[in-house]
Design a protein around this ligand. Structure first.
Ligand code: FAM
Length: 434
């Protein structure tokens, strides 16, 4: 059976031809237009990037290589039959476009295990950071700490032909994905368990090992981690963490440098940090109005948040216009594993209350919940109570999506990104007479 690299190599040749033909036959055709509003408004909706691993539909939500989340839960092998998918299987799918067999998934688990040893200097680096350094800052620093081992940077220096860039980029990507669980666990144990580390367990799969090294080995916690790590991987190319990784990678900065940029973007409260913000906001709700507030009390609280000039975290999206399927699958998980948990009840009540209020403001384009509205409550249930750590779990997962695309970006020879910017005067000049 072909290895992951062999399976990928087979796909690359055909896809290079397809992209070449697309450029040759349709290169001058129009994908969309750019308005002044879009240029000022964060480039919303401008189709101007090639991203192979996933595609977002505003109403339906994300598809990974054409598959919805429920389809992946059905098709990707789990740790046990009927269980949540193993993220290693999704990595195979993201890289090759094909749903892997159980044997292929095991081969990825093995491959990642063989690359997982963390250099001592990275452990020392994490141990040396002042207490209270935000876990996302620690994650970005640890990733940069690994950069000295970049195989792509070394190969570039040695003059590798550009047709082969994707090979050491794949090496770096697999090395980095393999090491992230232990990095995350060390950040967690240093911050919340007095620095008492737990050694990796070679009998566990990639996501379960992450949970176990953090100190959580219960069956439900392992299943949650597998699901969590699967659904946070990729959300097409334009979101901040994906786009930052893509942009920096386009300068041929190696995968460590590129991914560190993605992680500093994920650390923003309007993006990945929203899962921390949701939990804090929910805790604020329960402190102010108790664990089982009435819907009327909740409505008042939501309005007070808006009147205070703050966003309701976990709701809204730049592209989605319906409930995020990543929210829905976590809700289904909660209904199965923790139906009576009071915090889950609160999240469900917010689902009923918040959208009407956001709609009533008349300006929020998507009043529905996103992925971050639900994830923290599931983690709380299994004892992962430290919300400032949550975005690290998001980041570990995000590596699979953005690094898989990074391999493809180099395989397809995508150039350095360099969109055009304009001054206000230049914009006025261009619209004159229109
Ligand atoms: N609460 C209050 N106001 C909101 C809102 C929310 N949840 N979502 C949007 N708005 C406001 C927004 O601030 C803007 O107000 P101003 O015109 O006064 O600036 C207005 O509604 C129009 O915004 P939009 O076009 O609907 O949304 P954007 O595309 O500009 O922004 C988000 C998208 C995600 C940044 C925004 O919905 C938000 O701030 N949500 C809360 C934070 C959050 O949950 N982020 C996580 C997103 C997630 F899926 C992820 O990246 N992990």
């Amino acid at each position: 059976a072909p290895s992951l690299k062999e399976a990928l190599a087979e796909k690359i040749l055909a896809e290079q031809e397809r992209v070449k033909a697309l450029k040759k036959e349709h290169g001058s055709k129009i994908l969309g237009q750019v308005t002044v509003e879009q240029a000022i408004g964060g480039m919303r909706g401008i189709p101007c990037m090639l991203w192979e691993t996933s595609l977002l539909d505003a109403d339906e939500g994300i598809r990974f290589r054409g598959y919805t989340i429920p389809e992946l839960q059905e098709k990707l092998p789990g740790a046990a039959p009927g269980g949540e998918p193993l993220p290693e299987g999704l990595l195979w799918l993201l890289l090759t476009g094909e749903v892997p067999t159980p044997a292929q998934v095991s081969s990825v688990t093995e491959e990642l295990r063989s690359r997982s040893a963390l250099p001592n200097h990275v452990k020392a680096l994490l141990g040396s950071l002042p207490a209270g350094t935000h876990p996302m800052t620690q994650l970005a620093q640890a990733v940069l700490g690994l950069q000295s081992g970049s195989k792509f940077a070394a190969a570039y220096d040695a003059g590798l032909h550009k047709s082969r860039y994707w090979e050491p980029v794949l090496e770096d990507s697999l090395d980095l994905i393999a090491k992230l669980p232990e990095i995350a666990a060390i950040i967690y144990r240093n911050a919340y368990a007095g620095g008492e580390l737990i050694a990796p367990d070679p009998a566990l799969d990639w996501a379960a090992n992450l949970s176990a090294m953090m100190g959580f080995r219960e069956h439900g916690a392992l299943e949650l981690m597998r699901l969590y790590q699967t659904i946070h991987t990729d959300h097409e190319g334009g979101n901040v963490s994906a786009h930052a990784t893509h942009l920096v990678g386009s300068a041929l900065s190696d995968p460590y440098l590129a991914f560190a940029a993605g992680m500093t973007g994920l650390a923003g409260p309007l993006h990945g940090l929203a899962n921390q913000e949701v939990l804090r906001w929910i805790q604020h709700v329960t402190r102010e109005i108790g664990e089982s507030p009435s819907k009327e009390q909740l409505r008042e609280f939501v309005w007070a948040t808006l009147k205070g000039g703050k966003v309701v975290p976990g709701f809204g999206h730049a592209v989605l216009r319906r409930t995020d399927p990543r929210y829905t699958c976590q809700r289904v998980f909660a209904q199965k594993h923790l139906p009576d948990y009071p915090m889950f009840k609160l999240v469900s009540d917010l689902y009923e209350v918040v959208p009407d209020i956001l709609t009533a403001t008349g300006k929020v384009k998507n009043p529905w919940p996103n992925v971050d509205a639900h994830s923290g409550v599931l983690l709380q249930y299994y004892g992962i109570t430290q919300e400032s750590f949550y975005t690290v779990l998001f980041g570990v997962s995000r590596a699979m999506g953005v690094l898989a695309q990074g391999v493809w970006s180099r395989a397809l020879g995508l150039p350095i990104e360099r969109p055009k910017s304009l001054t206000v005067d230049a914009m006025l000049d261009r619209v004159k007479g229109q």
